[in-house]
Design a protein around this ligand. Structure first.
Ligand code: KG4
Ligand code: ZN
Length: 379
């Protein structure tokens, strides 16, 4: 099976081709990504209108490149998948419409993918992780702890009640005069700073519900910065180190709470998976590694190129759905908000029967139906 995946929900335009071999093992044939970071840098964040226009300008080239690098033609695809949300609606429409048009003219099945689902299923592409597992998704737009029980079977255990963790890194960097995106800059500064100089809060630590809150921490950095201003290079490094230390403590405590909450909705997790741009942070990875070891779990961190937004994860999620017989019609809408635990995989009856006779090489998703839709923000 071979699927083209298109991603355009934020500031990366991406297209990729992923296939499974006769043993069901996945192979990424191409993974073309074009980042718009340079176009947004002057504004210190992603500007939706600039993003949508930039997607339009490059998407056809990227699809052509993805097919070219994969060495396949449209005829050799089994389906076309695109992220249908959640994300910046102008950008989502660009990728989704492109995929629908391609599916229409080639007569191939079309699959609308939830962007968060694609992040959630990535460890199965990179590390063949079996269901169920605990996913910590941490990026500029998402901060979630999710019990991944099967394709279309996700339970969001916790999320942020205000800022995403990557966003907190970016805002902290901006306050301290560091360039966008702020995460890598803050990490660099933190390496030579004193993490104990500023006493910063660890919001929500100790609470049973595995939620996050970052805005109070961000404000505390601002207040401390104003107190010692004008800031020397040492002050900036110390503020970054203190901020990062607080984030690490928060992530470890909240993920521990997530592991406890996991027990109530699924069997023992097969892994702790951390994905999203923030997962590139060395201090966060090291702390999570220690937590996983203490908990007797394997820590899975997909390589950075597959952790940040990319087309391969969309193609892979499409493939996971296609092999269950789950496709969409061309009326599938673009969605700015689309909570992960409202995502389902309606397996057609005949596909389910065929499935029972020939089990998939990867573990089978749970047949029972996903949880009820949750209202509220997608992040
Ligand atoms: O997954 P991603 O590329 O895009 C989405 O937001 O969907 O994540 C980007 C986020 C940014 O907020 C960036 O500052 C953060 O990930 N980030 C980091 C690091 N590298 C990227 N945060 C902390 N430490 C890093 N090394
Ligand atoms: Zn993402």
């Amino acid at each position: 099976m071979r699927v083209l995946g298109i991603e355009s929900t934020c500031d990366e335009t991406a297209a990729a081709v992923v296939e499974t071999d006769e043993n069901g093992r996945p192979h990424i044939l191409s993974n073309a990504v074009l980042s718009q970071i340079a176009q947004h840098a002057a504004y210190g964040g992603v500007v939706p209108e600039i993003a949508a226009r930039a997607h339009v300008e490059v998407i056809d080239h990227l699809v052509a490149r993805a097919l070219d690098e994969a060495g396949v033609t449209f005829d050799e695809l089994d389906a076309v998948a695109a992220a249908a949300g959640p994300g910046l609606i102008g950008g989502v429409i660009v990728g989704l419409t492109t995929a629908k048009a391609l599916a229409l003219v080639t007569g191939k099945p079309f699959i609308a993918i939830n962007h968060l689902e694609a992040h959630a299923l990535t460890p199965r592409l990179t590390d063949s992780v079996n269901f169920p597992y605990l996913l910590l998704l941490v990026s500029g737009g998402h901060t979630q702890l999710v019990a991944v029980r099967g394709v279309g079977d996700y339970v969001r255990l916790g999320t942020t009640i205000d800022d995403a963790i990557g966003e907190a890194f970016d805002k902290t960097a901006k306050m301290l005069g560091l360039p966008y995106p702020g995460g890598p800059e803050v990490e660099k500064q933190a390496l030579r700073g004193n993490p104990e100089r500023f006493a910063l809060p660890r919001p929500l630590n100790g609470r049973a519900a595995p939620d996050f809150s970052l805005s109070g921490l961000k404000t505390a950095v601002r207040v401390e910065g104003e107190r010692v201003s004008p800031l020397s290079a040492t002050d900036i490094a110390d503020l970054c180190a203190s901020f990062q230390a607080a984030v690490v403590d928060v992530i470890v405590d909240r993920t521990r709470a997530g592991l406890r909450a996991f027990r109530e909705v699924a069997a023992r997790p097969n892994a702790l998976v951390v994905a999203g741009g923030v997962a590139a942070n060395g201090a966060i990875r090291a702390a999570l590694h220690q937590l996983a070891t203490e908990s007797g779990l394997k820590l899975v961190t997909p390589p950075p190129a597959l952790c940040t937004d990319n087309g391969a994860m969309i193609a892979w999620a499409g493939l996971e759905r296609l092999r269950l017989g789950v496709t969409d019609d061309l009326s599938a809408p673009a969605r700015a908000r689309w909570p992960l635990d409202s995502v389902k995989a309606e397996v057609p009856a005949e596909a389910e029967a065929a499935d029972a006779e020939t089990p998939l090489p990867a573990d089978k998703p749970l047949p029972e139906k996903p949880h009820a839709a949750a209202a509220g923000p997608s992040a």
